[in-house]
Design a protein around this ligand. Structure first.
Ligand code: IMP
Ligand code: MG
Length: 187
C-alpha cells in the first residue's frame, strides 16, 4: 500500500469493525439511559475531532435529540501536548438551559479541554450534563474528569484517524492508528 500515512503508521490500534461495534454499543447505552428523562437531549460535538464519532453515534441513538457543535482549541499546530490554555473558537447556536446535555468528544488526554468545556456548559444551567468520549488516556490525566461513557481506554500513544488529526490531516481514516513520532517532523 502506498497511502500517504503508511510511512508513519506504527500500527492500527482499533480497526474499523471494532470501532463500529463499540460505537453501536455506546449508542444503545445512551438510548437506554435517556429514554425516560423528561426534556430535550442535546448532543454537543467538540470540533473538530468529535465529528466522525458524533455522526456514527447519533445513528445508534433512538431517543429524539438535537445536535450542536462547539469548537475549542487547546494547543497550536504541531504541538503534541495540551497547554491548559483552552479557548472557544466557535460557540453553540443552541440553548443549553434546561436540556440534557451530552458532550461528545474524541479523546481525553490531560483533561484540560474537557474541564474547560464542562465548566462553560455547567454555567449555562442544563438539566443534566454528561460526557461521552471515544478514547481515554487515563495515564495522562492531570485534571480529574468524571466520564459517563468511554469507548476505549488506550495507552499513552499519539493516535490519529476517525476524527483525530495529525497536524490537521487524516481525520477521515476509518480506523485509529498509532503515530510513529520518530517518522513525522513537527512543522
Ligand atoms: P487534553 O486537553 O489534554 O485532554 O487534550 C484533548 C485534546 O487534545 C483532544 O480533544 C484532541 O484534540 C487532542 N489530542 C490528545 N491526544 C491526542 C492524540 O493522541 N491524537 C490526536 N489528538 C489528540
Ligand atoms: Mg486535535
Amino acid at each position: 500500500m502506498s497511502a500517504a500515512y503508511q510511512s508513519f503508521l506504527k500500527e492500527i490500534l482499533i480497526d474499523e469493525s471494532a470501532l463500529q461495534r463499540r460505537v453501536a454499543e455506546l449508542g444503545a447505552e445512551v438510548s437506554r439511559d435517556y429514554a425516560h428523562r423528561d426534556g430535550t437531549l442535546l448532543l454537543i460535538c467538540i470540533l473538530k475531532g468529535g465529528v466522525m464519532f458524533l455522526t456514527d453515534l447519533m445513528r445508534h441513538i433512538s431517543v429524539p435529540h438535537e445536535i450542536d457543535f462547539l469548537a475549542v482549541s487547546s494547543y497550536g499546530r504541531g504541538a503534541r501536548a495540551s497547554t491548559g490554555n483552552v479557548r472557544i473558537d466557535m460557540d453553540l447556536s443552541a440553548q443549553v438551559l434546561g436540556k440534557h446535555v451530552l458532550i461528545v468528544e474524541d479523546i481525553i488526554d490531560s483533561g484540560h479541554t474537557l474541564r474547560f468545556v464542562m465548566d462553560v456548559m455547567a454555567a449555562r444551567q442544563p438539566a443534566s450534563l454528561g460526557l461521552c468520549t471515544l478514547l481515554d488516556k487515563p495515564s495522562r490525566r492531570t485534571i480529574d474528569i468524571p466520564v459517563d461513557y468511554t469507548g476505549f481506554q488506550i495507552e499513552d500513544k499519539f493516535v490519529f484517524g476517525y476524527g483525530l488529526d495529525l497536524d490537521e490531516k487524516y481525520r477521515n481514516l476509518p480506523f485509529i492508528g498509532v503515530v510513529d513520532l520518530d517518522k513525522v517532523h513537527v512543522e
